[in-house]
Design a protein around this ligand. Sequence first.
Ligand SMILES: Cc1cc2nc3c(=O)[nH]c(=O)nc-3n(C[C@H](O)[C@H](O)[C@H](O)COP(=O)(O)OP(=O)(O)OC[C@H]3O[C@@H](n4cnc5c(N)ncnc54)[C@H](O)[C@@H]3O)c2cc1C
Ligand SMILES: *[C@@H]1O[C@H](CO)[C@@H](O)[C@H](O)[C@H]1NC(C)=O
Ligand SMILES: *[C@@H]1O[C@H](CO)[C@@H](O)[C@H](O)[C@H]1NC(C)=O
Ligand SMILES: *[C@@H]1O[C@H](CO)[C@@H](O)[C@H](O)[C@H]1NC(C)=O
Length: 360
Amino acid sequence: MASNNFPSQSHLLVIIIFITTLLTPITTNNTSPQPWNILSNDNFAGKLTSASSSVEAAAIDFGHVTKILPSAVLNPSSVQDIIDLIKLSFDSQSSFPIAARGHGHSFRGQAAAKDGVVVNMRSMVNEDRGIKVSRTGLYADVDTAWLWIEVLNKTLELGLTPVSWTDYLYLTIGGTLSNGGISGQTSRYGPQISNVLELDVITVIFPRNFIGKGEIATCSNDTNSDLFYAALGGLGQFGIITRARIKLELAPKRAKWLRFLYTDFSEFTRDQERLISETDGLHFLEGSVMLDHGPPDNWRSTYYPPSDHLRIVSMIKRYRVIYCLEVAKYYDETSQHSVNEVRGMIKCLPLYPKKMYFMR
Ligand SMILES: Cc1cc2nc3c(=O)[nH]c(=O)nc-3n(C[C@H](O)[C@H](O)[C@H](O)COP(=O)(O)OP(=O)(O)OC[C@H]3O[C@@H](n4cnc5c(N)ncnc54)[C@H](O)[C@@H]3O)c2cc1C
Ligand SMILES: *[C@@H]1O[C@H](CO)[C@@H](O)[C@H](O)[C@H]1NC(C)=O
Ligand SMILES: *[C@@H]1O[C@H](CO)[C@@H](O)[C@H](O)[C@H]1NC(C)=O
Ligand SMILES: *[C@@H]1O[C@H](CO)[C@@H](O)[C@H](O)[C@H]1NC(C)=O
């Protein structure tokens, strides 16, 4: 190829090199630790695998929309394993993508690492450790690989619960804290990312999933706050969260659970907004849409007594779309009256004929 012997053609040379670069796959230095080379690295013996079953499983998520193959999957048994992996990528000449995978309930490849390494966070779960509850501090220090249902079960043993949940609890702490975490508690308490006191994060620098410094940092509103607020809702782009300190409260003794059905969308949202603005109102409030298609489960039939099912089905068929407002109020022996307050709030609503409600 042309060289410096022909300086007058340097412009042409640059263009040729540029085009060649575009056409030629990026060649890698064989001695650099690409995922397919680090398989033999002693640090990861038995933890890093390129077995097709593991790689195929990590390529797909709940959405089944994308299939993005990593080169390997790391099943870490400690935080140090993840630090070692990120450092290896950061220190090498040609870094490889790394992505944390919680329960893989993303919809479109958010936890994928094309040609890189997916870190299977769930392999860190150890029955004997990873959830420490402080009764006096009203918080839990949790390894982020745990599912919310597992954390809830643990805190309930001490009469406590997380303050803000997702509806569906089979998601990891790390997965929802990297998104937002919303449910019927959000209007009162904020999303899950607003109910975290502190994080441990293994830093990974931008661009997404690409290279990292692999340093572990504790962060909060007061310490390393940039990292704290970047990692919360950060889709794993700023680091891998290994521990979270989650706010707890006393578990309610009882909860009154009510559902209202609307046919008029603006009345539905007007009531929603009104109930949200009640200062000491409800502990849970959520809306959903019921459509006339598919099996009865589509309208969450388990939410209603079987004796009402036929009636609801005929309403859905008639109106084609119905809006459900679902609310809950916590109470105990000493606050039985508060349930009546909910009833009072509901009496203010024009219930029938435009709306119907069911209670249990
Ligand atoms: C059936 C179902 C019900 C759902 N219900 C709700 C709901 O009620 N409320 C709600 O808010 N959301 C809900 N979601 C969405 C869900 O919160 C997100 O998809 C969430 O990311 C899934 O958690 P996961 O553990 O499966 O995370 P994954 O899909 O494994 O990962 C999600 C993202 O977080 C990153 N990540 C994972 N762990 C870490 C970590 N430790 N550190 C840094 N980054 C990490 C991943 O790289 C990826 O970018 C639901 C999803 C499904 C499939
Ligand atoms: C490949 O990497 C090794 C070790 O880092 C280095 O000594 C060598 O010069 C590199 N070779 C090329 C062609 O970049
Ligand atoms: C949580 O606790 C409930 C009630 O004891 C139990 O049925 C369920 O299996 C537990 N789930 C998990 C994931 O531990
Ligand atoms: C976070 O820190 C800021 C600045 O120190 C302070 O004003 C704010 O009240 C703190 N927020 C929380 C939730 O502690």
